[in-house]
Design a protein around this ligand. Structure first.
Ligand SMILES: Nc1nc2c(c(=O)[nH]1)N[C@H]1C(S)=C(S)[C@@H](COP(=O)(O)O)O[C@H]1N2
Ligand SMILES: [Mo]
Length: 322
């Protein structure tokens, strides 16, 4: 992840990839120089694609807006939020929205397992109808220092935790993105630690702000934004907001996320937004708003300190802001 200095189409792959990852890859490639990685099979049956045209959850949108969560910023233009994305499964640049249309989102099974009373595999369409949907407008801050303001539709993550009934030993929730080798070209980049995973403490996950989004701008989530369900934690950097989730695992061990595996000195477990703590390679003091391009000051916990500050007050030794 990198601040975008040039237009995306001008960036060579080596410039668009964090240096440390690039270096690891070089080493890795040297190691397997003569090895075969296997043929890249790409198949996308047309019948399946057409069958995905009608959305069986469309009747749930738009959901009622919860006005407790509006913000004092203009909402980002929908076309911008839907075409400037991070979703490495479809490419390590921002313009993956077309490529992401290949993802198969029906059927979609969500697995809830680990330290829970109710381990279950449930179809997304059954799950969403058990959950209380509402709309919330949140700020969203990528670690690369761009930001947007979008209306998410979804349910409090607490509702999912209550549904799962964690056992008393559970302290963390690990989440995992689908791996579809046939639709996600990024998975051929074998130097990344697929599948994409992320984690939260149960305290964070049951905080009022933590949300599982199923929609955006009053419609079901488009694939590029993480259909059919993704995490939204607006006080944390964007990479925590894992997309297209297939699994929630309750555990007593702190999960090591995808980005933490790649580079733990730059992308940690907590990743709370803080303008006073720079990324090792750039300042986090300001952020660039997606629609206007304006640079505005970044706020502690992305403006949500009143909601989440208390979660971290006794954690002085943790790297809370990275
Ligand atoms: N599975 C998966 N989830 C992901 C990512 C990714 O590459 N793969 N990128 C993250 C990053 S870095 C950001 S900023 C947000 C971007 O979400 P958006 O495209 O909906 O704006 O998704 C996050 N979730
Ligand atoms: Mo990000």
């Amino acid at each position: 992840m990198l601040i975008r200095r040039k237009k995306g189409w001008e960036i060579a792959e080596r410039d668009a990839t964090p240096e440390s990852i690039y270096r690891n890859r070089r080493q890795f490639l040297k190691g397997i120089a003569a090895g075969s990685i296997g043929a890249a099979a790409t198949s996308f049956p047309l019948g399946r694609a057409l069958a995905q045209g009608s959305d069986p959850t469309a009747d749930l949108y738009p959901a009622t807006r919860n006005t407790a969560y509006t913000v004092d910023r203009a909402i980002t233009e929908k076309s911008k939020a839907l075409t400037y994305n991070n979703f490495y499964e479809f490419g390590s640049h921002k313009f993956i929205s077309d490529a992401a249309q290949a993802m198969k989102i029906r059927p979609w099974t969500v697995k809830i397992d680990g330290l829970v009373e109710n381990p279950i595999e449930i179809d997304f369409h059954d799950l969403i109808r058990k959950m209380p949907l509402e709309e919330r407008v949140y700020r969203f801050r990528c670690v690369e220092a761009w930001a947007m303001t979008v209306p998410w539709t979804g349910f409090p993550m607490k509702a999912l935790v209550d549904f799962a009934k964690p056992l008393s030993g559970a302290k963390y929730i690990e989440m995992e993105t689908a791996s579809q080798k046939d639709t996600m070209p990024g998975l051929k980049q074998f130097w990344y630690p697929w599948p994409y995973t992320e984690g939260l403490t149960i305290k964070e996950a049951t905080n009022d702000l933590a949300m599982i989004a199923t929609g955006i701008y009053g419609e079901p989530l488009p694939k590029q934004n993480g259909a059919p369900l993704r995490l939204v934690t607006p006080w944390k950097y964007g990479f925590k907001n894992i997309k297209s989730i297939v699994r929630f695992t309750f555990t007593d061990k702190r999960p090591v996320s995808y980005w933490e595996q790649l580079n733990d000195s730059e992308y940690g477990f907590w990743a709370n937004v803080n303008p006073a703590v720079p990324h090792p390679r750039w300042s986090q003091a300001q952020e660039r708003l997606l629609t206007s391009g304006d640079e505005v000051p970044t706020q502690l916990y992305n403006g949500y300190a009143d909601y989440v500050g208390d979660l971290y007050k006794d954690m002085k030794d943790e790297k809370l802001f990275m």
